[in-house]
Write a protein that binds this ligand. Sequence first.
Ligand SMILES: [Zn+2]
Length: 469
Amino acid sequence: MLRALSAAALLLATASALAQAPATVRVDYNHSGNALGEQYALERVLIEPLPWPGSLSQNFDNTDRGQNRLEVVDAKTGDLLYSRGFSTIFGEWRTTDEAARVSRGFHESVRFPKPAKPVKVRILKRDERNLFSVVWTVDIDTDAQDVIRAQPPAPAKPIPIRVSGPSPDKVDLLVLGDGYTAADMGKFEADARRLSDHLFSVSPFKERARDFNVWALAVPTQESGVSRPSTGLHHASALGTRYDIFGSERYVLTLDNRALRDIAQNAPYEFIEILVNNDTYGGGGIFGQFSTAAAGNDWANYLFVHEFGHHFAGLADEYYTSPVAYAAAAGRPEPWEPNVTALRDPTKLKWKQHVKAGTPLPTAWPKAEYEEYSRAYQKRRAALRAANRPESEMSALFKEDLQHTTELFSKQKHVHAIGAFEGANYEATGYYRSEMRCIMFDRSERFCKVCNEGIGAVIDLYAAPARAK
Ligand SMILES: [Zn+2]
């Protein structure tokens, strides 16, 4: 009875909060170019079916994350109404070899609470000195007649996995499924519950679990699993999620942003993690866009949390020994990501408040020994994939690798220290991480202190502080 009452009270609170919420505006556009230049073109403006899920008291993003920044300003006065940092798949693709040879276009969207007046929507881009400049401005009147206000009925209904309160007061995480057939829907719900439960067992999500709502939504597909072209597997899936992005066999993304947004808009959401119904190791994550994880893999827990770290908080990869599709940035500019640094000036280290007196910068770790082992391990990993061996052999290799690293690091003086450990951000030299280990470095179970704080700042941006009663 008490439970029923509190659920009813929660529903009432949710209804009243949403009654005051503005509509959600989405601007769809094309972002195209190559290694040398980029262009933007407006496609359409829509009013999404659900009200704005964010807190109106948190319209400005001061976390300084992302390659890009969205600014919505009053068209007349220029007053800033809304801002958010984000990164794009185009931005990643531009650093691949292909971008030196061909131009490609990517569909992108930005969303913001519906303004009462005409606005200018600006996209800014960061340069190597970490200064932003405007790369695109478009005038938008969200009451204009060409704005799309009616949408087809939702192709599926969101399942509430964890509802802590009204959407504007909470971080709304949407778990989308791709490659799940109608018969797989029970499995999808179980996967969404299992993996989100795991997320909330990892700090700082654990301590902040009540700041989150989690929804799950999947549009059934004809076949189980998503495309993996490198093994000849081609499936039409609802979100277009696929392996082998940019030629990297374990990189899983969708490049079909319109399909993604048209499905996602049927649930309240600020963040998206896509579960693919596959057993093969793989995932991906783009800050402010979405992350992905192979739900059926033995390492799905790790994939879910690690990739969410990229998407949710803009955390950089702290590893550097696995092959990636990206070319190195010239001159090692200081990364904007909070958890890696070029260490130009150790006295200005961005996490220096956590460094204990007496910890040397850079900080010693068994780098050569680790790299020697890593080279052998990467060879075995590539050989397993080349021979298309069963996934259980890959899972076993990952386990062996983790055990080896744990043993090697456990003997080190600085195993629990916060310092500056060389090797991070895909580079063996010139970039540093804050601790020897982190879930952004290897398949260990915890975020380092710096990542932990980086995540906390984003939770604070989306979850309103508890209201005084
Ligand atoms: Zn970290």
